[in-house]
Design a protein around this ligand. Structure first.
Ligand code: PLP
Length: 350
């Protein structure tokens, strides 16, 4: 049985969080002399002289409408990378606990683990880029706190079988993190509707990819109210700045525009796949549920270097286990994808 209380770090369980001026007085007043701000204003056209809402409540309310999840089940971080770090800081005792990752996968899980001095157990994906459930079950011990599953997976692009993730959720007494940074591009169903079913589920999403707001640094974690409460105590008091809150709120009025862009990106992805297939140095293109494709080539380093000289930057994943020979290519605009294809045509003719 999953019991949240048994996996929270003792120092976090007893933590008395910082209480900001905005925490201690939440109402409306006419004179604010409580936070040592500059009452004269900001040297900008927009006023930023007041501290922002620590809980970014307005943004959460809008996300709640879009996602169909109550605001109390949403945590906002300075990118979902902050949520990843807070997972470690909330649940993993440095030098004692461990987490499971399933490579090839997103690199930040490992970096965050290393920063927090938490052991990593790597259970590689299968050749089909799916979970090795037996391997994961064998690796779990009493100090295993988190399992990170990225679906659709970065850098492979495929979705992880839903039943396998559900098997983990039902049997693991720690937290299963499902990173859905690319879910908007996927035909698969999100896991955020399963929060009522699984108390040990944390779903990560972000405004950085489909929503086109990477520079604002707004990431989301969806989880039980109890887990969100832990995250809110651990996070820096004002982790989402006022400019990001205002701009995110404004951007979130444009659901239709984003949905249209997603459709266009998927169409461009299909066109790109088709064009890439015609090159004889392309060995394989893996099926993608994301806005990028993983392409196995005969000479990843050579093609990477050539494209860089042409001013076209893709991600070289050649050195990563199970991604030997692979380049990860983000789907760009029509013009950008054409530039890539035209450059590769020249390479072919050289
Ligand atoms: C890009 C990415 C993120 C990071 O998102 P931010 O919200 O920008 O921090 C998280 N997970 C995966 C798998 C990603 O590819």
């Amino acid at each position: 049985m999953f019991e949240l209380n048994t996996i929270i770090r003792p120092n976090i369980k007893s933590l008395k969080p910082y209480s900001s001026a905005r925490d201690e007085f939440k109402g409306e007043a006419s004179v604010y002399l409580d936070a040592n701000e500059n009452a004269f204003g900001s040297p900008l056209s927009t006023n930023y002289h007041r501290y922002p809402d620590p809980m970014a409540y307005a943004v959460k309310m809008r996300l709640s409408e879009i996602k169909g999840v109550p605001a109390r089940n949403i945590f906002l971080g300075n990118g979902s990378d902050e949520a990843i770090d807070i997972l470690f800081r909330s649940f993993c005792n440095p030098g004692v606990d461990n987490v499971i990752i399933v490579p090839p996968t997103y690199g930040m899980y490992e970096v965050s683990a290393n920063i927090n001095d938490v052991e990593i157990k790597r259970i590689n994906l299968t050749e089909e880029y799916q979970l090795n459930l037996e391997g994961i079950a064998e690796a779990i011990d009493k100090n295993t706190k988190l399992i990170f599953i990225c679906s659709p997976n970065n850098p492979t692009g495929n979705s992880i079988n839903r039943e396998d993730i559900e098997t983990l959720l039902a049997n693991f007494n720690g937290i299963v993190v499902v990173d859905e940074a690319y879910i908007n591009f996927s035909r698969q169903k999100t896991f955020i509707q399963e929060l009522t079913e699984y108390a040990n589920l944390v779903v990560l999403q972000t405004l950085s990819k489909a929503w086109g707001l990477a520079a604002l640094r707004v990431g989301m974690a969806f989880a039980s109210e109890e887990i969100i409460e832990v995250f809110n105590r651990v996070k820096p008091p004002y982790n989402i700045n006022e400019a990001s809150q205002q701009l995110a709120l404004e951007a979130l009025q444009n659901v239709e525009k984003i949905n249209n862009w997603i459709k266009e990106i998927l169409k461009e992805r299909d066109t790109l796949v088709l064009a890439l297939k015609s090159f004889d140095f392309v060995i394989d293109i893996y099926p993608s549920d994301a806005n990028f494709i993983l392409v196995k080539t005969a000479d990843a380093d050579g093609i990477y270097k050539y494209l860089t000289e042409q001013g076209i930057i893709v991600r070289n994943r050649n050195k990563i286990k199970l991604c030997e020979g692979c380049l990860r290519i983000t789907v760009g605009t029509f013009e950008e994808n054409q530039a890539l294809i035209n450059s590769l045509k020249k390479l072919k003719n050289d």
